[in-house]
Design a protein around this ligand. Sequence first.
Ligand code: HEM
Length: 378
Amino acid sequence: MRQEAPVVRLYDPTLRQPVWVVTRYKDAVELARDPRFTKDVKKLPEDSPHRQMRSADMEAISRHMLSADPPDHTRLRSLVSKAFTPRRVEELRPRIAAIASQLLDTAKDPGSMDLLDAFAFPLPITVIAELLGVPVEDRDQFRDWTTTIISPPSEGNLEPLREAGRQFIQYFQQLLARRRADPRDDLLTALMSAEEQGDRLSPLELMSMLFLLLVAGHETTVNLIGNGVWALLNHSEQLERLRANPALIESAVEEMLRYCGPVETTTQRWAAQDAEFHGQVIPRGETILASLLSADHDPEQFPEPERFDITREPNRHIAFGFGIHFCLGAPLARLEATIAINLLLERLPRLRFGVDPSELRWRDGILVRGLQRLPVAF
Ligand code: HEM
């Protein structure tokens, strides 16, 4: 597709919609910067199926920065951007290391585990729950809801997704009421006070922000750790290099993001007007997205793109997207992955696949790239 049909109209069988897919690196970067493609569903015609899908009860989790254009996007993002700068995130290092270490203590005994369930999942969800001020004990509950919400709907049936959305909203309404009576030093309390000032954050925007941070904060980093370990175990010479020199971890994580990043495609954008893009006319209202993994394997940008090289330089991948919606959580995800993977290698010197790698299965859907399970032995 990169060579012959770099902007191609496909059919998404789960959404039952046509979707334009951009596969070249340069075009993906250009798409992210192009204001003719909107994230705001309200700019589409009234009868657009994308507007219809956004039922009234889903509004409360849909009014977040990733579905907004400026100026709303700018306002929403600025409310939380300070909490996610590399400097602020670096302050979390000792706590992240302690959580990771504790998880390994618990998981270590039998000599085998599903790396995703026992380690890669609980780490980021615990970190984001603590940062927000959400009870960590409820993390399995969030996992169920968010997995349902981001999974491709089976046979186009959106009801399970809506039900999970409703439960999420109910849970947070109760939590917000409790926190109002008992404010704390956490992101939840800070966002609530922005909401109380009215002009900065509406009640729907507050709920949607919490939803976005929780979902974005745990379906992604889990799979960066999982996919990264999968890549290392598949490339023993790279694994040995990293074991011999743990300081390579930062560049190793960049290569994991490029080679097997956890977000396969961007979220949807829509043509706000008929728009020509690299020789194709995208009609008003139709969906367009970029395949980030294809862009990050584009030989025009990365020499020998199929080679996994933990010292690759330069490595300007777009696994975190590009432009104004560039991932807010990138510094946090990077820090969590570097700590988690180095700790695994240090504590488990005999780490290896627990099943034949050919038995591993990837999850369905085009948004998240991740394994269903990752059994390991050590
Ligand atoms: C390895 C882990 C992660 C990857 C690969 C990733 C990837 C991405 C990508 C590709 C986008 C842009 C989507 C688009 O333009 O359509 C994005 C946006 C976003 N991410 Fe992440 N993400 C990760 C982790 C996180 C974490 C840990 C958080 C936070 C807690 C987070 C919060 C966000 C937010 C809030 C946005 C929307 C930003 C905006 O609209 O301005 N992400 N992420």
